[in-house]
Design a protein around this ligand. Sequence first.
Ligand code: ZN
Length: 139
Amino acid sequence: MNKIEHIGIAVKDLEESNGLFSKLFGQLHYKIETVESEGVKTSFFNVGTNKIELLEATKPDSPIAKFIEKKGEGIHHIAFDVDDIEAEIKRLKNEGFVVLNEIPKKGADNKLVTFLHPKSSNGVLIELCQEIKITESDE
Ligand code: ZN
């Protein structure tokens, strides 16, 4: 596992929070992306070498909507960059972690992602993400 790739923050109103976090960081988000399969609309900020992701639910049964209902707005997950997500999934399963998506999914910001259930990691939802490399055969 490499560095922290980003920290995800669940918000009720992405537009309002984009304004708030722009003031906090002194700069605008660099992209907005909706991941329809996950029921989220996300925005990303660069803060130095760090990245912050804001997440708003796009539908009432979205995991983000459920999170906010239970816990309110706030830090939702910590994402770690990995080189080989499939190898990490195998390794972490063997270590006893509960992997939510054994087959990694396409996430926001050009990543393959999976999550570890917070019950197996002291209440912290962990995201693993691997940058999707465009190879010539995909073009
Ligand atoms: Zn994330």
